[in-house]
Design a protein around this ligand. Structure first.
Ligand code: IPE
Ligand code: IPE
Ligand code: MG
Length: 264
């Protein structure tokens, strides 16, 4: 399914975001503050993921996308990389059946080729098991990079062009976006980054053209339900203008209100 692009069509939206994307940062510092090994922070982080999925489901948020491992996280010490991989595998083994029984669709985006075959197989099986579920879509970004995503989409669009021998081909939003790794979802409405850093760190570069940003110093393992609700509340107060003026926005809302009252 193709979702509308906010640079092409002004989207409709409500005070609850349809799609929330999160950089779950601060696990290491959380553990360090408690004189614990970094892995303790990552473990605690998995519990917060569980809670966040539940909250999103309750609020009727349709897409939750979590940055679990960036294409630059391979630069970490090998022991930490291997612990993160193990945790990922354990989480897949323990959580996917529960996600499925709750009607949640599970997806992974990122370059899976360097992963262990066990992880890759488990990911593919989990995606296949849950593909027809229609509650929340939970996407985990693993070995994901925004630049990787855009370049892959360009190469795929180019390949398609060659296969069709289409001489008049130009790169455009329409030719590129179906090849992006999140083509199945609308673009994020709300981006949350915990841990105090105010940067994107190569997350969904293309897809966040009109996303509302929410940065918080809270560390991911502390980011429970009430923190998540605060972020959603902040989102609900934003004025999403998509290039227009405030006055135009008020006018368009008035028109929507008029047409509903006429219909009633
Ligand atoms: C985020 O927490 C988790 C991953 C990147 C896998 P960090 O591990 O980056 O925690 P800090 O930033 O060192 O506190
Ligand atoms: C971003 O966190 C990636 C994930 C949360 C998976 P990092 O902790 O790796 O980001 P930087 O290095 O501080 O930008
Ligand atoms: Mg970090």
């Amino acid at each position: 399914m193709n979702h509308q692009s906010p640079t092409q069509v002004i989207p409709e939206f409500t005070s609850i975001p349809r799609h929330v994307a999160i950089v779950m940062d601060g696990n290491g510092r959380w553990a360090k503050n408690r004189f614990m090994p970094r892995v303790a922070g990552h473990k605690r982080g998995v519990e917060v993921v569980r809670e966040t999925v539940k909250t999103c489901d309750e609020l009727g948020i349709e897409y939750l996308t979590l940055f679990a491992f960036s294409s630059e996280n391979w630069r970490r010490p090998p022991e930490e990389v291997s612990v993160l991989m193990q945790l990922f595998l354990v989480a897949l083994e323990n959580e996917v059946a529960k996600l499925h029984s709750n009607g949640i669709r599970f997806k992974v985006i990122g370059d899976l080729t360097p992963f262990d075959a066990r992880i890759r197989d488990k990911i593919l099986a989990s995606e296949a098991l849950t593909e027809n579920n229609r509650a929340l879509t939970l996407t985990v970004a693993a070995n994901y990079g925004g630049r990787w995503d855009i370049l892959r989409a360009m190469n795929r669009a180019h390949e398609q062009r060659c296969a069709q021998a289409n001489e008049s081909f130009v790169f455009s939003e329409e030719s590129l976006t179906p090849h992006l790794s999140m083509a199945y979802a609308p673009e994020p409405d709300l981006f949350i980054r915990t841990g105090g850093e105010q940067r994107v760190s190569n997350f969904l570069l293309w897809q966040m053209a009109y996303t509302e940003f929410y940065f918080t110093p809270e560390l991911w393992p502390d980011f429970g339900r009430s923190s998540f609700l605060r972020a959603v509340e902040s989102y609900g107060k934003r004025e999403r203008r998509f290039g227009r003026t405030s006055e135009q926005l008020a006018e368009s809302k008035g028109l929507i209100a008029d047409s509903t009252s006429e219909a009633a």
